[in-house]
Design a protein around this ligand. Structure first.
Ligand code: HEM
Length: 296
């Protein structure tokens, strides 16, 4: 585009906003050229690793969790658009494919945790992290709420209808029991801490999403294409089976490979709780009706 037209178009843009274009254009005389490090905030990013011990591999543990949280943020970025906007089937499919890609990256990179840390290093520094646990990831829980109706996240998934979202209903979410029998065991510090920090936000989010979760958006499409159903099932499989499975294998590697069955920092019955076959979580159960639910 020639310079004159660019200036005219900029003039039109600011005029439409009721602003004086000259003021904005004058600002260009003084603004500093952008640099990669300022734009990407590399120094801030690299200042966020604060190990609690002197074990070298603890920094790897922190960084990989941070990378995962950033991927969770990328996923929420897509999910927010799906639930807030009135998107076409084609755009929803594009977004599902992004969700698939990000989850695949998380599944395929989990080896950083299994083979990228020294076994003894990890088992020593992890004791200084109690009661913190990935269990307390707000974004992991938010992805679930964006993706599916709350009834699919209850420990008893057989309830009918659309239950009202309340504190009491939240007590029946699968993660509230962390593999233990409901009502029998006392709440762990890990859970109490998490509830104090995030329960209110999670309940508000769940209420806001009622009727517009990804699952409900998909169910509202009158004659969904095979590609859309396949993509939804693929995302479900990756998020609710593949990722939990690599995560469980890694937990078993550090906590149980020498037959010691160590306690987890979050105090869960982790062998059962982290096992996707035990949990049988699905974001889109209607799409699995013709498959055996026991397949994973
Ligand atoms: C050596 C690596 C890891 C081990 C041994 C491990 C172990 C565990 C265990 C035992 C639990 C059950 C809760 C508890 O009692 O603490 C748990 C939960 C969890 N962890 Fe990890 N974890 C590891 C890495 C990660 C990473 C990198 C993430 C990424 C954010 C993560 C996210 C989670 C989440 C989201 C839960 C809750 C899962 C659910 O509710 O189904 N973990 N982890």
């Amino acid at each position: 585009m020639d310079q004159k037209i660019i200036l005219e178009k900029l003039g039109e843009k600011y005029a439409e906003q009721g602003e004086n274009p000259e003021t904005y254009l004058k600002g260009l005389f003084y603004s500093k050229p952008l640099s990669y490090w300022d734009y990407i905030e590399v120094e801030t990013l690299n200042s966020l690793q604060k190990p609690r011990t002197n074990f070298k591999d603890e920094e790897i543990f922190i960084m990989y969790h941070q990378v995962t949280e950033l991927f969770f943020k990328m996923m929420i970025h897509e999910l927010k658009q799906i639930v807030q906007e009135d998107l076409s089937e084609k755009t929803i499919l594009d977004k599902l494919n992004r969700l698939i890609k990000y989850t695949e990256i998380l599944v395929n990179s989990f080896d950083v945790m299994k083979y990228g840390m020294d076994y003894d290093n990890y088992n020593q520094f992890r004791s200084s992290l109690t009661p913190a646990s990935g269990f307390q990831s707000f974004q992991f829980r938010a992805i679930e709420l964006y993706s599916t109706r709350i009834k699919n996240l209850l420990s008893d998934k057989n309830g009918a209808g659309a239950p009202e979202i309340s504190e009491a209903l939240f007590e029946d979410l699968y993660w509230k029991h962390a593999g233990k029998k409901p009502g029998i065991s006392r709440k762990s510090q890990t859970l109490l801490q998490f509830e104090e920090k995030y329960q209110e936000d999670l309940i508000l989010l769940a209420r806001k999403l009622q009727g517009r979760t990804l699952e409900e958006k998909l169910l509202a499409i009158p004659d969904p294409s095979d590609a859309l159903i396949r993509a939804a099932k693929q995302f479900d499989f990756l998020y609710n089976f593949k990722w939990p499975n690599v995560h469980l294998e890694t937990a078993a590697h550090y906590l149980d490979s020498k037959g010691e069955n160590k306690a987890a920092t979050g105090g869960s019955e982790w062998k059962k709780y982290l096992n996707p076959v035990f949990q049988q979580r699905r974001f889109f159960p209607a799409f699995w009706q013709n498959d055996s639910m026991e397949n994973w």
